[in-house]
Design a binder for this molecule. Structure first.
Ligand SMILES: [Zn+2]
Ligand SMILES: [Zn+2]
Length: 349
């Protein structure tokens, strides 16, 4: 199937239009016409080569929303016209303990990412959502609940599940004290989801500049990490801290903010964190952990949760040809919203 998207041809190059082929439908495949594609900070990191060499040309995008265009002979869950979504992975072994446990993101053989990974059967590089169409096996297709606004749903597929999964894993409930470091694409979703679970949520940021935005999302306010007095006063104040900062930073300032048995979960930055002081961990049984997206079942759960609680990411709609500009703005700093590409702005011709 011929399609068109935007690809990076090297780590230095701008994103440009790219014509390519999607695979012929296998019997368990679903072909999707993409309507909206969210812009994740990891798209930027990946095309820039920050996480190692990439198989260019590369079409990023793993927050995908669209409509089923056709289905393979053995597909049972989806039919033409259904509103569907695809997130950060498109395949896994389906046979190991992690896959059986609905944690395909931790598949023992490694999950297949939505872009930049070898397809498990053909070996071809997977290409993501900055394109008109995608073909994905049925097991990795999600359903957009009835009545949900498609134009605002895409960022749930990465920013949503990445923050929802640790909130669930660490048992956030009514009255839990949750800190969210950073108020970007991930952070703003963490706030909304934790608030909907009944938690007391505080945003932790360099300054109180975004206090109005934080409160509008349902947070109690902002704890400024540069305000030493406020940081000292906030010792032991949190059961869970979700750290969404996408770049290298010192986490030692935050661990004393955890109560006994509290956990700080890193979901933003991938790579070395610098030297970790064990003192707060030992004196308080505090933990530093990480978390990667969520399984397919849990991704469906967060979509259903957002539909039920009327939660949407804050989206700024852009045209496909504005992507390079959007990447620049993303690089310059965190925004309390997500760019979403309106794929109808990409001309097939
Ligand atoms: Zn992402
Ligand atoms: Zn597996």
């Amino acid at each position: 199937m011929k399609t068109v998207g935007y690809a990076a041809h090297s780590s230095e190059a701008n994103m440009v239009p790219y014509h390519f082929e999607r695979r012929e439908l296998r019997s368990s495949d679903v072909a999707i016409e993409i309507l909206y594609s969210g812009v994740c900070h990891s798209d930027l990191h990946t095309v820039n080569g920050d996480w190692g060499p990439q198989p260019y040309p590369l079409v990023p995008g793993h927050e995908i929303v669209g409509v089923v265009q056709s289905v393979g002979a053995d597909v049972t869950q989806y039919k033409v016209g259904d509103q569907v979504a695809v997130g950060c992975m498109v395949d896994s072994c389906q046979e190991c303990d992690q896959c059986h446990n609905h944690e395909e993101q931790y598949c023992r053989e490694g999950m297949t990412g939505t872009y930049g990974f070898p397809d498990r059967i053909s070996g071809e590089t997977t290409q993501g959502g900055y394109s008109k169409h995608i073909v994905v096996r049925e097991e990795f297709v999600l359903r957009i609940p009835e009545g949900m606004d498609l134009s605002k749903s895409a960022p749930i597929l990465c920013a949503g599940i990445t923050t929802y999964s640790p909130l669930r894993t660490w048992g956030v409930k009514e009255g839990s004290r949750v800190g969210v470091i950073g108020l970007g694409g991930l952070g703003h979703m963490a706030v909304k989801l934790a608030v909907a679970m009944g938690a007391d949520v505080t945003v932790i940021s360099r300054s109180t500049k975004k206090e109005t935005e934080a409160k509008a999302l349902g947070a109690k306010g902002i704890l400024a990490s540069t305000d030493e007095e406020a940081m000292t006063a906030a010792a032991n104040a949190f059961d869970l801290i979700i750290d969404t900062v996408p770049t290298a930073h010192d986490i030692n300032a935050y661990t004393p903010l955890l109560d006994v048995d509290g956990s700080l979960v890193i979901v933003g930055q991938v790579g070395p964190t610098g030297e970790l002081n064990s003192m707060p961990m030992i004196f308080g049984r505090r933990r530093v952990a990480g978390s990667l997206i969520g399984g397919i079942a849990e991704t469906q759960e967060v979509l259903d949760f957002c539909a039920k609680h009327n939660i949407y990411p804050e989206c700024e709609m852009i045209q496909m040809d504005q992507i390079n500009e959007a990447f620049k703005r993303l690089e310059q700093g965190e925004m309390a919203h997500r760019f979403v590409i309106d794929m109808s702005s990409l001309d097939v011709a």
